[in-house]
Design a protein around this ligand. Structure first.
Ligand SMILES: C[S@@+](CC[C@H](N)C(=O)[O-])C[C@H]1O[C@@H](n2cnc3c(N)ncnc32)[C@H](O)[C@@H]1O
Length: 331
C-alpha cells in the first residue's frame, strides 16, 4: 500500500483479516444479523452498529460497495468541476469511513473529519485508515457526534452524506441537509438506488437548491427532476468485486456484484454539468445502440444511435450507464 490516493484494492487489503478469528459461519451470521437490523426499523434511537463484530461485519460486507458508489458520484462531480479541490471535508454519518476513502481517492490531501454517533464504527474506521498508509486518511479526525436537532457544523469545503439519510427521521433529514448546505461549498449525498432512496435524494436535491446551491451531477440542470413521481427512479450502478465473505453470505459464484445507488452533488460555486447523461444500461442491438438519456434541453429521451452515425456509434458502444453523452462534449 502506501499510495497517496487509495484504491478499491487498498481498501480490500485494509479490510482483509477483519473477520479473521471468527469462524466463517459466525462471520456470515454477524453479517446476516446486521442485514436484518438494517431491514428492521430504522430510524432508531440508538446506533445499529453497537459493537466491534457489528462494525466489522458492516465494514467487510458493505464498505467496498458504499466506497464504489461514492467514488462514482465523486468522479461525476470532478468532471463537472475539474479544477476544484477541497481542502477540508466533513463526512457526516461517516461510520467506518467509506466516503472518506473515496474522497481521499479522488483528491490529494483534503483534511477530513468523520462524524458519527457509533464509537465502535469510528474506532474501526480509524484503524482501517491507519492501515491504509495514506497520509490524508491517517490524519483524519474521527469524532463522535449525533445528527439531530440543533446540530452545528463548522464551515468546510466538502460534505459527504453517504447511506445515512435512510437512518434519520424526515425532520432530522431535512435539518441535516439544510445545515450541510449552509456549512459547505459542495454537498454530496448518496443513497441506495431504490425508489425510496431516490425519493430521499430528490428531497435533499430540492432543499439544496432552495438553499441557493446548484446541481453539479448527475443532473444536467437544477430545474425540477423530469421523472414523474412513482413512475421510475434515477439510479446508477457501480461494480464491486465480491470478497469470499460476500459469496458466502449471498451464495453464488460471481466474482462481482453491482451496487445500485442514487446521488446528488450540489455546489455554491459554478460548475459545468453534462448536457446529457445516460440513465440506464445502454441496450446494444445489431447495428444500433439505444440510450436512455436525461438531457438539459429535452428532459428524458431515448436516442437511437446506428452504424450510420459512424464515430458516434462507436462511442455509443463504449458508453456506460451514468456517463455523459456524447462523451467529452458539451453539445
Ligand atoms: C449505513 S451506515 C453508512 C456509513 C458510511 N457513511 C458508508 O457510506 O459506508 C450509516 C451510518 O450513519 C450513522 N448514523 C445514523 N444515525 C445517526 C445519528 N443520528 N447521528 C450520527 N450518526 C448516525 C450510523 O452510526 C452509521 O455509521
Amino acid at each position: 500500500m502506501n499510495a497517496t490516493l487509495p484504491t478499491a484494492e487498498d481498501l480490500r487489503a485494509a479490510l482483509a483479516g477483519l473477520l479473521d478469528g471468527l469462524p466463517p459461519k459466525q462471520a456470515a451470521q454477524a453479517v446476516e444479523r446486521l442485514i436484518a437490523n438494517y431491514r428492521g426499523t430504522t430510524p432508531t434511537d440508538a446506533p445499529v452498529l453497537r459493537d466491534r463484530s457489528d462494525v466489522a461485519a458492516y465494514a467487510a460486507y458493505r464498505m467496498p460497495a458504499t466506497f464504489e458508489a461514492v467514488r462514482a458520484a465523486l468522479a461525476a462531480f470532478r468532471e463537472a468541476a475539474p479544477d476544484w479541490v477541497p481542502v477540508t471535508h466533513t463526512d457526516i454519518g461517516g461510520g467506518t469511513g467509506a466516503a472518506s476513502w473515496a474522497v481521499a481517492g479522488t483528491w490529494e490531501g483534503p483534511r477530513t473529519t468523520v462524524l458519527d454517533w457509533a464509537e465502535p464504527a469510528l474506532a474501526l474506521g480509524r484503524e482501517l485508515a491507519e492501515r491504509s498508509g495514506v497520509p490524508a486518511l491517517r490524519a483524519a479526525e474521527w469524532r463522535r457526534a449525533r445528527i439531530g436537532a440543533g446540530q452545528e457544523l463548522a464551515p468546510t469545503d466538502l460534505i459527504t452524506v453517504s447511506y445515512v439519510l435512510k437512518e434519520l427521521t424526515a425532520d432530522v433529514r431535512a435539518a441535516l441537509v439544510d445545515t450541510a448546505a449552509a456549512a459547505a461549498q459542495a454537498v454530496v449525498v448518496v443513497e441506495p438506488g431504490t425508489p425510496d432512496g431516490y425519493a430521499r435524494i430528490i428531497e435533499a436535491r430540492d432543499r439544496l437548491i432552495a438553499a441557493g446551491l446548484k446541481v453539479a451531477a448527475p443532473c444536467p440542470h437544477s430545474e425540477a427532476c423530469p421523472i414523474e413521481p412513482g413512475t421510475d427512479w434515477c439510479h446508477f450502478s457501480a461494480r464491486v468485486s465480491r470478497s469470499s465473505l460476500h459469496r458466502q453470505v449471498k451464495g453464488g459464484s460471481l466474482p462481482y456484484e453491482d451496487e445500485k445507488f442514487s446521488y446528488v452533488v450540489a455546489t455554491r460555486f459554478g460548475t459545468e454539468p453534462v448536457s446529457a447523461r445516460v440513465t440506464r444500461k445502454p441496450q446494444i442491438r445489431k447495428g444500433q445502440v439505444l440510450l436512455d438519456l436525461c438531457t438539459r434541453d429535452e428532459a428524458l429521451r431515448r436516442a437511437t444511435v446506428t452504424k450510420r452515425h459512424g464515430e458516434l456509434y462507436r462511442a455509443a458502444r463504449d458508453v456506460a450507464w451514468g456517463d455523459e453523452w456524447p462523451p467529452g462534449q458539451d453539445t
